[in-house]
Ligand binder design. Structure first.
Ligand SMILES: NC(=O)c1ccc[n+]([C@@H]2O[C@H](COP(=O)([O-])OP(=O)(O)OC[C@H]3O[C@@H](n4cnc5c(N)ncnc54)[C@H](OP(=O)(O)O)[C@@H]3O)[C@@H](O)[C@H]2O)c1
Length: 323
């Protein structure tokens, strides 16, 4: 289900029916949920993507433009007449030329183009607990992008999710994929660090609402339930009717095990930075929840399909792109 615009204020301005907005990765995980909601509200969507030939569920209903990196005129032209830029653009893990530093540089180009094009507001997707001094390039890069957005001069909301779930997500789905196949599940460290999953439709609703806000704001975006990581694995296993032995292991051991699994499935299962981020309790926040969908209830309703297919990010992002 796509998020619903009924959550918005009665008087919509930037997302009035007939408005035009840009979404980076409208066919992507968050972008798809958001785009479905926007189209349902009569809003026209320009999809900015690195792979314009990749089909989306909205083909024929959205305009698709390739990211024109390092071509500022073309990038700004893609954003012409857009009231809002919804920015989901990021590179989850470095691979070849695609590094976090490159993602920061491109995000700066995007914000500069939005300013030139006269975009009224940027709604930007970050991550909980970004830090300029972080030793983890993911969290450091996200903080650098937030700083660039603040300096861009464009009014904005930054939403910082911890972890998202919904059909085909990476974390919950792939834990379920493992639980379906293996009797043992390794967790790094003590497994007590917290996770606050937010349903992607709730997140899409929050993104749309942020488009109607005024001024600048930065908000954490977390779901209504909090789990310890080991507890999360047990909750998923219980929903699937499986028994699994969860074993705490040193981070290096988990890293090696996920590297072997990654070689088998052809993916980057979990990066060192993600393992470190998990163990440092970075997937939790003290902010009040913004989501309504409870993972425990959602799992019950989706246990048949959950984890049947592995959600492969390398295949999704690099099969055609080649960089
Ligand atoms: N998913 C989560 O659990 C989660 C949790 C916290 C924060 N976030 C943040 O939420 C945002 C959206 O996440 P998502 O999972 O919905 O993202 P996504 O759909 O996988 O990708 C979003 C955008 O980033 C581009 N992109 C992704 N990987 C790329 C790569 N390797 N090289 C070049 N471009 C790449 C995509 O380009 P294409 O259009 O060409 O595919 C798309 O425009 C990200 O900023 C992420 O950091 C996500």
């Amino acid at each position: 289900m796509f998020g619903r615009l009924v959550e918005l204020p009665d008087v919509r301005r930037r997302l009035a029916s007939g408005a035009r907005v840009a979404v980076t990765g409208a066919g992507g995980y968050t972008g798809r949920e958001l785009t479905g909601a926007l189209l349902a509200g009569g809003v026209a969507v320009v999809n900015l993507t690195g792979d314009p030939r990749r089909p989306t569920p909205f083909d024929g209903r959205i305009e698709t433009r390739a990211f024109a990196w390092a071509r500022p005129d073309e990038l700004a032209a893609s954003l012409a007449n857009c009231s809002v830029l919804f920015n989901t653009y990021w590179i989850r893990f470095p691979r070849g030329r695609a590094t976090h530093a490159l993602a920061v540089e491109r995000s700066e180009q995007l914000f500069a183009a939005a300013r030139r094009a006269g975009v009224g507001r940027i709604v930007h997707v970050s991550i909980a607990r970004p830090e300029l001094e972080s030793p983890l390039s993911y969290y450091r890069g996200k903080a650098e992008v937030e700083r660039a957005l603040a300096a861009s001069g464009v009014a904005h909301t930054i939403l910082r999710p911890t972890v998202l779930f919904g059909a085909g997500d990476v974390l919950v789905n792939n834990i379920a994929w493992c639980v379906r196949r293996f009797p043992v599940f390794l967790v790094p460290g003590d497994g007590r660090y917290r996770v606050q999953p937010l349903h992607v439709a709730d997140f899409a609703t929050a993104l749309a609402a942020a488009a109607e806000a005024d001024g600048d704001a930065t908000l954490d975006a977390v779901g209504p339930e909090t789990f310890g990581f080991t507890e999360l694995v047990h909750v998923i296993a219980a929903a699937l009717g499986r028994r699994v032995r969860v074993i705490s292991a040193p981070r290096g051991v988990v890293r090696a095990a996920t590297a072997v699994l990654g070689a088998v499935v052809g993916d980057v299962v979990l990066t060192r930075a993600e393992i470190d981020g998990l163990c440092a309790d970075l997937l939790a926040s003290d902010a009040p929840p913004i989501g309504r969908v409870r993972l425990t209830e959602w799992l019950r309703a989706h246990s048949d399909e959950l984890g049947v297919e592995y959600a492969n990010e390398v295949r999704r992002h690099y099969r055609r792109r080649g960089a």
